[in-house]
Write a protein that binds this ligand. Structure first.
Ligand code: AMP
Length: 130
């Protein structure tokens, strides 16, 4: 069965899309730690990030780099932090999180509750900054 993230890529499940190319896809995390918290995934269905080929892993990191630059332009921050957990969804993903302090990277923090309109505005702002 397809992962929830593959179903997002296929358009079967809605998301707040930020960027896409032939191999990778970026969309807002639905339970964000901060505004601008974005996930980058390979379209290829691989559970563990480090099971990607060297070429795909490198290309995914370059794709994430461009998304991170747009996040930083749209949501000014000290740096965009990157984290890989993958304990919940078995489809490799990189979390990109605009940081004002290291505390913004704490996954045990309560998640933001945003309205549909707020999510749309955030995704629009990042897309416009790409
Ligand atoms: P982890 O696998 O531990 O890195 O966590 C999975 C992340 O995916 C969590 O931060 C979830 O909020 C996020 N997530 C799960 N389902 C969705 C979805 N349908 N749309 C956007 N983000 C999601």
């Amino acid at each position: 069965m397809a992962t929830i993230f593959s179903r997002i890529v296929a358009g079967e499940i809605p998301c707040y899309k930020v960027a896409e190319d032939d191999k990778f896809f970026a969309f807002l995390d639905i339970n964000p730690l901060v505004k601008g918290h974005t996930l980058v995934i390979p379209k290829q269905e691989v559970d563990y990030l480090f099971d990607l080929s060297d070429e795909d892993l490198a290309a995914m990191q370059v794709f994430a780099k461009h998304v991170a630059a747009a996040i930083k332009r749209a949501f000014p921050c000290i740096k965009v932090g990157q984290a890989v957990l993958g304990l919940e969804v078995p489809h490799a993903h990189i979390h990109l999180i605009p940081m004002q302090s290291e505390k913004d990277m704490l996954f045990s923090n309560p998640k933001l509750k945003l309205s549909d309109e707020e999510f749309r505005e955030i995704a629009d702002a990042i897309r416009a900054a790409l």
